[in-house]
Design a protein around this ligand. Structure first.
Ligand SMILES: Nc1ncnc2c1ncn2[C@@H]1O[C@H](COP(=O)(O)OP(=O)(O)OP(=O)(O)O)[C@@H](O)[C@H]1O
Length: 282
């Protein structure tokens, strides 16, 4: 069931009833450029939150920092009530917060199944006690492969299991990225533009996967530029501009928020926010 966030005041930094991720005073500078400065942000557990904003707003940088792939200049954040500031990405992932990445060229040269297996955080065979006890190691490997096959089946990629990932279409790659992220049974996934380059038929299926994950209790946060997608699946929308959260709220509220419209107009010089609406502009 979608979380009911309708009674929450749509303001930047507003408290949520059951926040899973809480960010405070987070700053990330690159030289003289302050790429991210988020005073306070809470992500509701069990909801789909879309992170929107024009190019260069700081969305990917925020994802990188909170997932442990980049270090903040200052600030702190907690996940599931525990401080995770400064932790390495693999420790944050082990705690249940996982970020997806686009398939690199190297991963394209591996099979779909090997891509999945590589996403397992704990390669037990490499740890001494397991390496000395082959039955334990093999059991671990078999469990990882079984889970990988289960997910490939769920994402309808089983028939491509032994193909090189580089032969997949754009949409199939996106499905594989999502499947990889789920191998560790995360509590929350951060998806960076899961729909980009995906044809309409597969986009529909990806959207169903997103809502399916949410309905199973997972917390989903995704960066998206297509406002029709954002309107279609999000329970809550956070808009960034120039590194800061400038607006947040339910999708229909955020789309009409002057701060959001300003952010896009300022960035694109006249190109309106790309959401089709029946209303005439006032
Ligand atoms: N490694 C880096 N070194 C220097 N500047 C960076 C680096 N990473 C990001 N930036 C800058 O930080 C700002 C925020 O970039 P970021 O990629 O987080 O934005 P974004 O909202 O994800 O944009 P997009 O929607 O285009 O992906 C931009 O001005 C970008 O040029």
């Amino acid at each position: 069931m979608p979380a009911d966030l309708s009674s929450i005041s749509p303001e930047p930094g507003v408290a949520k009833p059951d926040p899973l991720l809480v960010v405070d005073g987070l700053r990330r500078s690159f030289g003289g450029l302050l790429a991210v400065h988020v005073e306070h942000l809470e992500i509701q557990r069990g909801a789909i939150t879309a992170l929107i904003g024009p190019n260069g707003a700081g969305k990917s940088t925020l994802f990188n920092v909170i997932s442990g792939f980049d270090k903040p200049t200052e600030g702190r954040w907690s996940f599931a009530g525990k401080p995770v500031t400064g932790m390495a990405a693999h420790r944050i992932a082990r705690g249940g917060l996982v970020r997806t990445f686009q398939l690199t060229r190297t991963l394209s040269r591996m099979t779909v199944l090997d891509n999945m297996r590589l996403a397992a955080p704990d390669q037990r065979g490499e740890r001494l006690p397991f390496a000395l006890l082959p039955p334990l190691w093999l059991a671990g490997e078999r469990a990882i492969t079984a889970r990988a096959d289960e997910l490939l089946d769920r994402f309808r990629l089983s028939h491509l299991r032994d193909e090189y990932a580089g032969t997949l279409s754009g949409g199939q790659r996106k499905l594989l990225e999502m499947a990889r992220a789920l191998l560790t049974d995360p509590v929350m996934v951060l998806l960076d533009e899961p729909m980009s380059g995906v044809n309409p038929a597969l986009a529909e299926s990806l959207l169903e996967h997103l809502t399916g994950l949410r309905d199973e209790g997972m917390t989903v946060c995704f960066v998206e530029h297509d406002m029709d997608v954002v309107m279609g699946v999000s329970d809550w929308v956070v808009c960034m501009a120039d590194g800061a959260v400038v607006a947040e709220g339910p999708p229909h509220t955020v789309a009409q928020n002057p701060a959001v419209i300003d952010a896009y107009l300022g960035a694109r010089r006249g190109a309106p926010i790309a959401h089709e609406t029946d209303e005439e502009p006032s």
